[in-house]
Design a protein around this ligand. Structure first.
Ligand SMILES: C[S@@+](CC[C@H](N)C(=O)[O-])C[C@H]1O[C@@H](n2cnc3c(N)ncnc32)[C@H](O)[C@@H]1O
Length: 244
């Protein structure tokens, strides 16, 4: 009974901590609502900001990539109970994200700034739409699975199974598309924010390939067929087959 309660509490704390860091990130990149955003802080020499920021992004990328690999999970679950493997991943991602938000060095030089009110409104709407699309996609794929809550409730590890909910029938990586929209749709782009967007985009391009490679190994023919049928990021126009 105690073990059950502890397992659930661990999963719930990991989820809520991630949710807090995630919501902070929306304000951090928008430069609104939160006390410290992407362009705030003491301005240091550019090379120092670039080195620190790339190291913080690199830490996040390494944590994500290594802990998501099947070989790592296999070894890791000999140490941590399988039921909390995903929650531990979520907690580690939260720590990496909080470090990034906390230690990020500003590079506030303006790269572009859109003046027209209508264009600013359109870009901000797109920004929020990107985050909204991302959250919606997590629910389409399995929100409670992705964040480890189902595993701590069922008290067991979830084996990967192929899923193709409606959004995933159009593109293979809607969550990543949500991130890409949110990273780039911004009326005021500083050099620091551009560094964040460019490095994160490069990481997403690598990360989805690693994920696809693993899923092809784990899920076999249905996923290989899915790779052939469904595009990665950009929906294919529907070809109408006329009557013959
Ligand atoms: C953060 S999600 C990102 C999913 C996808 N790349 C996206 O952008 O929407 C990563 C997890 O989704 C799982 N996943 C991705 N596509 C899947 C599919 N079609 N069926 C089942 N699991 C999938 C991966 O195994 C991984 O654990």
């Amino acid at each position: 009974m105690l073990r059950k309660a502890l397992t659930f509490t661990y999963g719930a704390v990991a989820y809520l901590a991630f949710l807090g860091a995630f919501l902070y990130t929306i304000g951090f990149l928008a430069g609104a609502v939160v006390p410290k955003d992407v362009d705030d802080g003491t301005v240091r020499p550019v090379w120092q900001a670039v080195v620190v920021d790339l190291a913080l992004l690199g830490l996040f990328a390494v944590q994500h990539s290594v802990m998501a690999r099947p070989w790592f999970k296999q070894r890791w679950t000999r140490i941590v109970p399988p039921a909390i493997e995903r929650s531990t991943y979520v907690l580690a991602a939260t720590v990496a994200l909080v470090l990034l938000l906390w230690l990020w060095q500003p590079w506030p030089t303006t790269v572009w700034s859109v003046d027209a009110g209508w264009a600013r409104a359109a870009l901000w709407s797109l920004y929020l739409l990107g985050w909204g699309f991302l959250v919606l996609s997590t629910f389409a794929l399995g929100h409670f699975d992705l964040f480890g809550l189902r595993q701590v409730l069922a008290r067991r590890h979830a084996e990967p199974s192929f899923r193709e909910p409606p959004l995933y029938r159009v593109i293979r990586h809607p969550i990543m598309v949500g991130f890409l929209i949110a990273f780039w749709a911004v009326p005021d782009m500083s050099a620091g924010r551009l560094l964040f967007a460019a490095a994160s985009t490069a990481y997403i391009m690598v990360g989805v390939r690693l994920e696809e490679h693993d899923l092809k190994q784990q899920l076999g023919a249905p996923y290989a067929d899915y790779l052939d049928r469904v595009p990665r990021f950009v929906p294919r126009p529907k070809v109408s087959h006329g009557e013959h």
